[in-house]
Design a binder for this molecule. Sequence first.
Ligand SMILES: O=C(O)CCC(=O)C(=O)O
Ligand SMILES: [Fe+2]
Length: 343
Amino acid sequence: MEGLVSSLFDVQSLPETYVLPPEKRPGNLIFPPGKSNIPVLDLGGHDRHEIIQQIMKASEEFGFFQVINHGVSKELMDETMNVVKEFHAMPAKDKFLECSKDPNRNCKLYSSSEKYATEEIHYWRDCLMHSGLSTEEYMQFWPAKPTRYREVVGTYSNEVRQLGSRILELISEGLKLSSGYFSGGLSRSPTILINHYPRCPEPSLTLGLPRHRDPSVITIILQDDVQGLQVYKDGEWITVEPLPHAFVVNLGYVLQIVNNDKLNGAEHRVVTNSSDARTTVSFFIYPSGESIIEPAKTLVCDPPLYRALKFKDFHVNFLSKSADADAVHKFISSKNCFINGEN
Ligand SMILES: O=C(O)CCC(=O)C(=O)O
Ligand SMILES: [Fe+2]
């Protein structure tokens, strides 16, 4: 059984396996006062056309935006954050017990990344991952402790899934795709990641998550009030300021493939700090494994930049190369003539 970062909370210096090579370290982190310039969009307005324009602009410029007045209640957001924090505060053996019942390993607890056993360097994160579908088929394997976990996270999943559909409908309208373009197989297998980044003795030497793009259509993130998420733009890392009861939305690879690079997934990372633990809930909108992901035929006036792939083939390859954007790009590029998902 791999160790959890939260079991290391008393260490005074960073264990060697977490120390990044100098060129990948975040260095001394100064969070400048004032707000970051990641756009904050009000979804409560009535001018649909204006909301679409704002989403498209933010997506083009940053691949990231925050949303407020999004329809998910503050109480539910608070309850969800409380219950997932309670989960990560439980003793390690209870957490593993709660996450070891699923024979398909859809529900699992791991530290750093899914490649913990083979990766050379670990990241300062513990993660609980399970399906974002709240049917009994999946929920029976979610943690039964804390006792409110299934009820609260089940309701949260339903609401965030609806919000995701709404945002994707606005994006498809902005991209001039047919209504419902993303509502079938392309959003059939949502997944939740409950990320926990304990206090870190040497934040300048490590990361909670390395620089990456998400393998999703879009991801909807609930942050607590601790800074840590950063977006790479024009050679700089911009902090996504935690705003009470806002959701952070970012575009993933699948959306980038579908729209043939009109909108790109944004590179981001997570930094840690020595004073506060940080907890977030990432809701990944994923296609079903059998869904074909490819540039939409109606959007491609230029040659397609990506080849058609089954999502499961893309995902397996992504997981094996996630920290290497060039390798992922080479695999999905239309210039890659290899067949059978191998490279
Ligand atoms: O924890 C965060 O702020 C972001 C998490 C993230 O990037 C991810 O789950 O892919
Ligand atoms: Fe991410």
